[in-house]
Ligand binder design. Structure first.
Ligand SMILES: [Mg+2]
Length: 226
C-alpha cells in the first residue's frame, strides 16, 4: 500500500517516523487488537501539523517505521495491522498529508518472548518471528527497505532522520549514521535521560523536541547544512 516505487533523485532526505506514542497516542496495547480500535485512535499533539510540514518539503521521503511485536505475539494479525495503517493513511490524506510508506517489524526479541512466557503465561507466539532481526528498531532494516523503495541505499542519501518517543528510536537513527529526535517526553522521563546521555556523546546527531511539529522544524533547519 501507499508505496510509490521508482527513482526519486530529488528526494535526498529520509525521515523515519515512529508510530505509537509519536504519531498516535500509545494506548499501551496493540492498536487494532481490540474490535473497537478505531475509537481509541487519537493523534498526538502536533503530529498532524508536523507531518504536514515534513511532507510539504519536496526533498524528504517520509515513512512510518514501527515495531509491532503484537504480530509475533499473535494478538494482532498482519491483515488487521494493514487495515489500521490504511485507516490512518486515509485519514491523513483527507488532511492533505501523504506519507511515502508504512513499514513495520512484526518481530519480537527473545527477552520479550521470555517475558510473555514467564509473566503472562503465553506459549502460542510465533517462534519464527522471535530473534535478533535487523528490521526491529534499533535495527536499521526498515530504513534500508524504505531507501530501497526508491532504488537508493542509505549511503546515497544526504541524511537520515528518525523521530520517536523512545531512546531506541534515536539509537535507530544513530545506527543508520543519521540524526535522532526524541519527542513527546517530559524533561525527567527515563527515556529523556537516556537520550540526554546519547546527546552528550554525539552532539549534533541527537535532538529533543516537544512533538513532531517541533521536530519537523529542527529537521528542516538541519537539512540546510547539506
Ligand atoms: Mg513509540
Amino acid at each position: 500500500m501507499n508505496y510509490s516505487r521508482g527513482n526519486c533523485p530529488q528526494k535526498r532526505f529520509l525521515v523515519g517516523i515512529d508510530r505509537d506514542g509519536t504519531i498516535n497516542e500509545d494506548t499501551g496495547d496493540y492498536l487494532g487488537a481490540r474490535p473497537s480500535w478505531k475509537d481509541s485512535l487519537r493523534f498526538c499533539k502536533g503530529a498532524v501539523r508536523g507531518l504536514e510540514k515534513l511532507t510539504s518539503d519536496p526533498g524528504t521521503l517520509n515513512v512510518v517505521v514501527t515495531n509491532q511485536a503484537g504480530i509475533a505475539k499473535r494478538v494482532i494479525t498482519e491483515a488487521r495491522l494493514q487495515e489500521v495503517h490504511e485507516y490512518m493513511a486515509s485519514w491523513l490524506v483527507i488532511q492533505g498529508i501523504h506519507l511515502d510508506g508504512w513499514l513495520y517489524s512484526p518481530h519480537a526479541t527473545p527477552e520479550q518472548a521470555e517475558r510473555w512466557r514467564t509473566e503472562q503465561g503465553i506459549e502460542g507466539y510465533d517462534e519464527c518471528l522471535v530473534g535478533d532481526f535487523r528490521d526491529r528498531k534499533p535495527g536499521i532494516g526498515m530504513l534500508e527497505r524504505a531507501a530501497e523503495l526508491y532504488d537508493a541505499r542509505l549511503d546515497d542519501l544526504a541524511c537520515v532522520y528518525v523521530i520517536g518517543d523512545r531512546a531506541s528510536d534515536v539509537e535507530t537513527a544513530l545506527n543508520a549514521g543519521g540524526v535522532g529526535i526524541l519527542v513527546n517526553r517530559p524533561e525527567h522521563d527515563p527515556e529523556t535521560l537516556k537520550v540526554c546521555e546519547l546527546r552528550s556523546e554525539m552532539p549534533g546527531r541527537v535532538m529533543i523536541a516537544a512533538d513532531i511539529a517541533h521536530a519537523a522544524s529542527l529537521i528542516l533547519e538541519d537539512m540546510q547544512k547539506y
